[in-house]
Design a protein around this ligand. Structure first.
Ligand code: GRF
Length: 194
């Protein structure tokens, strides 16, 4: 049986699209059962719809500062749809240990750096400032500590002379679209340890 996956987004959803496209293959071990956004205006929602994938919005703004209520609503949405695995894909909310622990070993994130380097935001700018020769992206299991957790897959790209944040981001994004479907396949087939 294919694993039922929820992809959580906040924005354009290019990683989400890569996952939807990979999951369309007959022999892929997971199906994208729903795309959930915390922002009603996330462009990725229309892309998911166009691909025939169910969408849901759990708008964090409606819960004000009550992070716990937001996460309970999110969790309910995932359980209602009998989700097995969750993929964070440009989901711009920090999750509390409560939700992370409920989905322990079943929640993945993609981060645009070669972790453990450059946790947090503005990874491409920081990679350029640090003058690294290689940069990339990481798919990892989500644990309470931000951008930590067992690594499932990484992909690297060279940093080129004259790169800007934008050109580097574009090169890294291409590799993200390759490693996320690969990582999800490995997890869905039980070939990883969280
Ligand atoms: C990606 O760079 C991802 O690594 C980061 O947020 C960005 C999301 O892009 N977590 P997209 O919405 O998947 O296009």
């Amino acid at each position: 049986m294919k694993k039922r996956v929820a992809v959580l987004i906040s924005g354009r959803g290019s990683n989400m699209t890569a996952l939807i496209e990979a999951a369309a293959a007959r022999d892929y071990p997971a199906e994208i059962a729903v795309v959930v956004s915390n922002r009603p205006d996330a462009p990725g929602l229309a892309r998911a719809c166009a691909a025939g994938v169910a969408t849901a919005v759990v708008d964090h703004a409606q819960f004000g500062a009550d992070r716990e209520a937001f996460e309970r609503a999110l969790d309910e949405e995932l359980r209602k749809r009998q989700i097995d695995l969750v993929c964070l894909a440009g989901f711009m909310r920090l999750l509390t240990p409560w939700l992370v622990e409920r989905w322990s070993g079943r929640m993945l994130n993609i981060h645009p750096s070669l972790l453990p380097q450059f946790k947090g935001l503005h990874t491409h700018r920081r990679a350029l400032e640090a003058d690294v020769k290689w940069h990339g992206a990481t798919v990892h299991f989500v644990v309470p500590e931000m951008d930590a957790g067992p690594i499932v897959a990484q992909g690297s790209v060279p940093v080129r002379e004259g790169d800007t944040e934008a050109t580097l981001a574009e090169r890294v994004l291409e590799i993200e679209h390759q490693i996320y479907p690969r990582a999800l396949r490995a997890v869905a087939e039980g070939r990883t340890e969280s």
